[in-house]
Write a protein that binds this ligand. Structure first.
Ligand code: NAG
Ligand code: NAG
Ligand code: NAG
Ligand code: NAG
Length: 521
């Protein structure tokens, strides 16, 4: 089985009980599998899925205030309920442990799980707290500590094993590490007492840098980055990225073994890397290989365009932090800017290709030899999300042509039907649309009708659970995967917060299906 952030799979998914304030609390994995009262008052009758206050894993008055404000800003009772469940979800259920480093009581740590395994994915944890940047204003805010704790722990992991993507609880937590993933053959080797899985996914670097950028821009707290291991983590990212830009063949044509290889025993071809763990050969482009995608699936071609866009954008953005740190090695900020610019040039040069209709679009993956994979996947970073990553403007002609391609039958992973029209992912199957991709469509659209339609479809696709599923059959809202998908919940919360700023009138609309009449009341 393929291990996935928060896990489609999972190891004997046991309902590990958590304890809060001496009271026995159900694990959120099992809690989210049934619908709790009171139901919302629209036709969708969405369940109330916030755990009992005593069982919540972090309390934030800022988040509670945001929920109250949103109640005022939304007209539709079902839409508000979906926000009320999803926006606080990471804090309600996923902050498994918070504390400080054993050797430095000023260094906050936060261990954030994505689902039913006690493991922390770098990318998922970054995405799970990213929505709270919309309410983060100062380093003294309650929520600021969660950002710092996540950044510090991610930094530690990125220094120890930059090629790995999911990690076990830190020793400081006293948590017993759960079972480790399946047997893998991976180079470089890693410590199985620290690492949970070791699929190298380039967007882990982007996720860490984006989170750092968010914390810095919202709080202005630049000192934080010089105090602990952030500088070393960025150096580790640069080193690994440099290693993974190398071509398969050297100047004299000799074969060069890649810095990272991965093999596992699996039922799915996307769970391991072909070619004895090395994946397909690449030419030098300036981009960085990502043998695995943001879905945790193996890539067909290693230069994943969206992950390179994300890395380029956030390396450039966080160079602005680095250059302010008195203890940063000289030239490091410039090194970040240089790599960011080289990657951007390579994306423009190698990543923009001709579609069958002749239009110029971004490919999803390329190899630098002319190989190109034209598709998009729901998982973020995706091509659809490029403006949201801040890499390109939504008005850019290449992005617009790419968007039209991605949201059409030309994209093999576009799923259309009466329930949900959105990009899906080979991680599940054709015909299973991902609500997260419909949410991203709304976040990157300017047209009110397009946004409204996407939000309507997402709202209608929770099967009355009031949480965002991973995937939903585009023809049957009753067929879905994962009752608890932390990342999807987070992105929905973020979309609502952004719409409240950008398009407040949309939140004043009714999202009830017009053809259903409510009787009686
Ligand atoms: C959150 O607040 C509730 C009381 O409303 C309390 O019982 C619970 O322990 C708090 N959770 C944390 C993690 O502090
Ligand atoms: C709700 O909206 C009203 C009118 O716009 C305003 O006076 C009130 O302060 C708002 N309440 C909250 C909690 O935002
Ligand atoms: C704590 O340990 C880390 C990892 O070994 C090290 O890099 C850091 O400098 C240590 N911090 C202190 C204050 O000793
Ligand atoms: C491989 O990359 C080199 C240098 O980046 C370039 O000159 C060459 O044309 C590329 N090879 C192919 C087959 O595109």
């Amino acid at each position: 089985m393929l291990l996935r952030g928060g896990g489609t799979l999972l190891l004997a998914a046991g309902s590990l009980a958590t304890y809060a304030a001496g009271q026995r609390c159900q694990s959120y994995t099992s809690y989210s599998q049934s619908r709790h009262q009171p139901y919302s008052e629209g036709v969708y009758e969405l369940a109330y899925q916030r755990p009992d206050p005593a069982c919540r894993t972090f309390n934030s008055s800022l988040v509670e205030d945001a929920i109250l404000r949103m109640k005022n800003q939304t007209t539709d009772p079902d839409l508000f309920r979906l926000f009320e469940n999803t926006f606080p979800n990471t804090l309600d259920a996923a902050i498994k442990w918070r504390g400080v480093a054993a050797n430095n009581s000023d260094e906050e740590l936060a261990f954030i799980i994505t689902g039913d395994i006690d493991a922390m994915w770098i990318r998922d944890s970054a995405n799970q707290i990213a929505p709270y940047r919309t309410i983060l204003k100062s380093k003294d805010d309650d929520i600021a500590s969660v950002f710092r704790g996540a950044i510090n722990l991610q930094a530690r992991y990125l220094i120890i094993s930059p090629y790995c993507n999911a990690f076990l609880p830190p020793p400081e937590s006293g948590m017993r590490p759960g079972p480790n993933g399946a047997s893998y053959i991976v180079t470089p080797p890693y410590d199985r007492n620290i690492v949970f899985t070791c699929n190298f996914e380039l967007d882990d670097f982007g996720g860490f840098l984006q989170l750092s950028h968010d914390y810095y821009t919202q709080t202005g707290d630049v000192d934080f980055f010089g105090k602990f291991q952030w500088i070393q983590a960025v150096q580790s990212i640069l080193r690994a990225s440099e290693d993974l830009r190398r071509a398969t063949y050297g100047p004299d044509g000799e074969w060069i073994r890649p810095a990272y290889t991965f093999q596992s025993q699996t039922m799915t071809s996307f769970g391991t890397l072909g070619n004895n763990g090395m994946n397909s050969p690449v030419n030098y482009t300036g981009m960085v290989r990502s043998p695995f995608r943001p879905s945790d699936d193996a890539a067909i071609y290693d230069f994943q365009i969206p992950a390179n866009m994300m890395l380029s954008r956030y390396l450039a953005a966080t160079a602005a932090i680095m250059e302010q740190l008195p203890n940063a090695p000289k030239g490091l900020a410039q090194q970040m800017r240089d790599m960011a610019a080289e990657i951007r040039d390579a994306v423009d040069h190698w990543g923009i290709v001709a579609a069958p209709g002749g239009q110029r679009i971004y490919a999803y993956e390329v190899d630098g030899f002319g190989g190109q994979n034209l598709m998009d996947d729901a998982n973020i970073p995706s091509l659809l999300s490029a403006p949201s990553l801040g890499f390109v403007s939504a008005d850019d002609p290449v992005y617009k042509a790419t968007r039209a391609f991605v949201l059409s039958r030309q994209n093999p992973w576009y799923c259309a039907g009466p329930v949900l029209n959105a990009v899906g992912s080979p991680h599940i199957r054709p015909g299973a649309a991902w609500p997260m991709a419909a949410i991203m469509r709304a976040m990157t659209a300017d047209d009110d009708a397009e946004i409204t339609q996407a939000v309507k479809e997402v709202l209608s696709s929770t099967d009355r659970y009031g949480l965002i599923h991973e995937s939903v059959s585009s023809f049957d809202a009753g067929q879905w995967t994962r009752s608890w998908f932390g990342w999807g919940n987070a992105v929905f919360g973020q979309m609502m917060m952004e719409l409240a700023e950008r398009k407040p009138h949309i939140l004043k609309q009714s999202f009830q299906p017009f053809f259903i009449e409510r009787d009686g009341e």
